[in-house]
Design a protein around this ligand. Sequence first.
Ligand code: AOF
Ligand code: ZN
Length: 361
Amino acid sequence: MQIALDLARKALGRTTPNPPVGAVIVRDGQVVGRGFHPKAGEPHAEVFALRDAADQARGADAYVTLEPCSHHGRTPPCCEALIAAGVSRVFVGLIDPNPQVSGQGVERLRAAGVEVEVGVLETQCRRLIAPFIKHMISGRPLFILKSALTLDGRTATRTGHSQWITSARSREHVHRLRDQVDAIMVGSGTALRDNPRLTTRLTPPGHDPIRIVVDSRLQLPETSHLINHQSASPTWVVTVAQADPAKIKALQVHAGVEVMTVAATSAGQVDLPALADMLGQRDIQSVLVEGGSVLNQSLFSAGLIDRVMVYMAPKLLGGNDGFGLFTGQGVDHLDDALQLRDFRVTCLGDDVLLEGEVCSC
Ligand code: AOF
Ligand code: ZN
């Protein structure tokens, strides 16, 4: 299953609206077939693994990170392909949350005499497709709050200096993350202050996520890299319905820029739950949030943070006047703290990546 997970990860960020899935065929303790789902519309992981295994699939075991499908979607059902190939046992990571499948794949396999075990490396398999699950269940994307922090919990010095808190290795890790998500989002403050490109810079090149700027007052200048910088992916500027039509028009003339309006809160800010619904309707399943503290706080207050990824560097700024992950007032009581589950710690050279899940998906 670990091999199947690694195979599935090859297509992370490329399969939406489908989940990334990996499959391995094992015979007499030897891997004889490997496959992963490369993108929606293409065959599923099992089909590639069965093709790879050819005749050796008969009587073999299959390991699939997600329940084999039972429905006719863009492609025919994988459970039938496994049955036809004569596979004897199927080990499944987790049941497909898609109501068109949801247990029926396993049922169909068992009915055909195939032994099935569900829940193999379930936590890892679930985490891998958390964006798909979140979107399937709620119609909204999974929001990943990402930040670089000093050991004393700051995102920038008191003067706003923030380049760079973490090492080159951590920053490359962030580019891998950008490569694996559907969209990347910042608030207008960060867009103005840092003038980021929000593209994926990797060798070999990765894919650029859709760039989203939350900009209630349409402050983003036309000179911003997000408006002018060439990317294969568009920039979506999200504002409120009351925004100045002349400003909207001025931004929209730029190639690859789309201005979208959503409902406003009573304070005249973009209503983030409404934005989450709109992004879900556009099949965005994962959004990497790269600040700043105002947007982070609004997502926190709206209960929209699903996953947290903090890159912590062994640096201390001192004082109590540096910038934090959030701005404004936090919770009063520890019982109200946002509790992360499935917490992971990864060393990246001298930095540490701390990750955890909020979403119960
Ligand atoms: C699998 N193996 O590799 C994947 C599965 O339109 P289709 O035919 O591509 O079906 C998409 C659905 O199939 C998707 O919503 C999810 O439920 C399942 N994805 N299933 O057996 C795979 N990617
Ligand atoms: Zn399938």
